[in-house]
Design a protein. Structure first.
Ligand code: FAD
Ligand code: NAI
Length: 461
């Protein structure tokens, strides 16, 4: 008889959610995690610590730039970096301990150590081999660097090192204008660093709607971030306390160099499968090194895979949804993830949030669409809190009015996007949204106005 019905390998958002759901569905479940704490990348060195530093640095920015405008006078707060890091660590601790508590509450065994799969139905942790009817791989991802760039996590850092620098750098170079680069770049720019972002492409945040890319970059520039676009980084020459980034501009192949105290390499992440023994177990991989899956099943019966280690966006909520769906499928239910409605949020200020198709994607697919756009300048609440920059853009099918994509840059965009998600999940139209009463004064009214703009017109535009 198997020791467990399910063993989940990896205690990140994919793995821990899957393990809890399996236990809730009556399956005897264990979760293997090699880190000292549960929660994976997200809670330990990702979503949660980065949001803590974004919150702290945003608060400083508010005090420096907006307090006096509201008649709040006095000396701006000064930064005690060690205490700010301690606050961030405390937030991490509260969250990771929370998962430990949830494991106990739901009777999920935490098998501490690094797991491998000697054969289908078996998971080895340390010297012990545990049997399981089902194995779920949720081993996540790790930062991927560039050729010619050696990471020491002190001068040349990934996001992990950037969350615990020994001091706030005077100059920071960020390689990659993606989500990590812009979030962490914003943190240090607000804390006083001179931040330069070096990006290979001509636009920031690849894959986002072009309107958002342009307005977002303009706003970040106003906040003091410098951008070098269309630049291919050749290598980084690191010394003890300084580094030089050598790059070529793609338009003319000209060679350039810039110096900084810290270089953050934020050029993407890759699936983490080291030590799992997947090849011997016969688990098929994609060309990009992800575990190939079909409805979270791998090529080997009884072995499942979810989250960052599989295809799709590397997002905590995508991993969590897959965790629940895989658990439900294992329990004989119909697991479900709607991959067309997975929101993406960048937690800068203003926030950027997006769900569904971009205008470029609709054009390429030859879909006849209409656009409803509304600026936060026309939203009383946003103006009251100095957040009139940005807009809501709704893309709807021209013939049916069904909402196909929503893109928001503005206050609380990461919260506002969810009314679009629910609407899209139910196949709703712009008119459905426009006819829904929205409380005043809220940022959400801007979403409704954009929906009105898809029809007869917004009121406050
Ligand atoms: P992970 O969280 O990577 O967890 C995998 C776990 O498995 C790890 O703890 C690892 O130690 C463990 N493991 C691996 N192999 C083994 C083994 N053999 N045995 C035992 N344990 C093993 N996403 C968002 O949605 N929102 C955000 O705001 C956000 N911010 C981010 C900020 C940063 C700086 C970074 C780096 C990422 C951020 N992400 C964010 C992405 C998010 O962290 C990931 O998408 C998410 O953590 C993926 O979850 P996962 O469970 O698939 O893998
Ligand atoms: P990313 O894929 O978002 O961005 C990488 C950027 O680096 C791209 O703009 C790319 O063009 C650029 N780049 C690649 N090679 C380059 C080179 N040689 N020179 C210059 N630029 C180069 O990856 P990032 O920011 O590292 O994030 C990794 C993952 O973590 C993402 O998939 C993201 O989903 C997740 N994440 C999510 C967050 C959120 O949801 N708020 C926050 C942080 C990370």
């Amino acid at each position: 008889m198997a020791d467990y019905d399910v063993i989940v390998i990896g205690g990140g958002p994919g793995g821990y959610v899957c393990a809890i759901r399996c236990a809730q569905l009556g399956l005897k479940t264990a979760c293997v995690e090699g880190r000292e704490t549960l929660g994976g990348t997200c809670l330990n060195v990702g979503c949660i610590p980065s949001k803590a530093l974004l919150h702290a640095s945003h608060s400083l920015h508010e005090a420096e730039h907006n307090f006096a405008k509201m008649g709040l006078k006095g000396k701006s707060p000064s930064v005690d970096w060690k205490e700010m890091l301690a606050y961030k660590d405390d937030v991490i601790g509260q969250n990771t301990k929370g998962i430990e508590f949830l494991f106990k509450k739901n009777k999920v065994d935490w098998l501490k150590g690094w797991g491998s799969i000697p054969a289908a139905g078996q998971v080895k942790v340390g010297d012990e081999v545990h049997n399981a009817k089902h194995i779920v791989i949720a081993s996540g991802s790790e930062p991927s660097s560039l050729p010619g760039v050696e990471v020491d996590e002190k001068v040349v850092v990934t996001s992990t090192g950037a969350l615990e620098l020994s001091k706030i750098p005077r100059k920071m170079i960020v390689i990659g204008a993606g989500v990590i680069g812009l979030e962490m770049g914003s943190v240090y720019a607000r804390l006083g660093s001179e931040v330069t972002v070096v990006e290979f492409l001509d636009d920031i945040t690849p894959g986002m709607d072009k309107d958002i890319q342009k307005t977002f970059q303009r706003t970040l520039k106003k906040q003091g971030l410098n951008f070098i676009m269309g630049a291919a980084v050749q290598n980084v020459d690191a010394k003890k306390t300084k580094a030089t980034v050598n790059y070529k501009l793609r338009k003319d192949d000209s060679e350039h160099a810039i110096d900084a105290d810290v270089v953050l390499v934020a050029t993407g992440r890759r699936p983490f499968v080291d030590g799992l023994g997947l090849e011997a177990a016969g688990v098929k991989m994609t060309e990009r090194g992800q575990i190939a899956t079909d409805h979270w099943k791998t090529s080997v019966p009884g072995i499942w895979a979810i989250g960052d280690v599989t295809e799709g966006p590397m997002l905590a909520h995508k991993a969590e949804d897959e965790g629940m769906a895989a658990a439900e499928s294992i329990a004989g239910q119909a697991g479900h993830v709607n991959y067309d409605v997975i929101p993406g949020v960048i937690y800068t200020s203003p926030e950027v949030a997006s769900v569904g198709k971009t205008e470029q994607e609709l054009k390429e697919a030859g879909v006849d669409y209409k656009v409803g756009k509304f600026s936060f300048m026309g939203n009383g609440r946003a103006k009251a809190v100095f957040q009139g920059d940005g807009f809501v853009k709704i893309l709807a099918d021209k013939a049916t009015d069904r909402v196909l994509g929503v893109h928001i840059m503005g206050p609380a965009a990461g919260e506002l996007i969810h009314e679009a998600c629910v609407l899209m999940e139910y196949g709703g139209s712009a008119e459905d949204l426009a006819r829904t009463c929205h409380a005043h004064p809220t940022f959400s009214e801007a979403v409704r106005e954009a929906a009105l703009a898809c029809g007869d017109g917004a009121i406050h535009a």
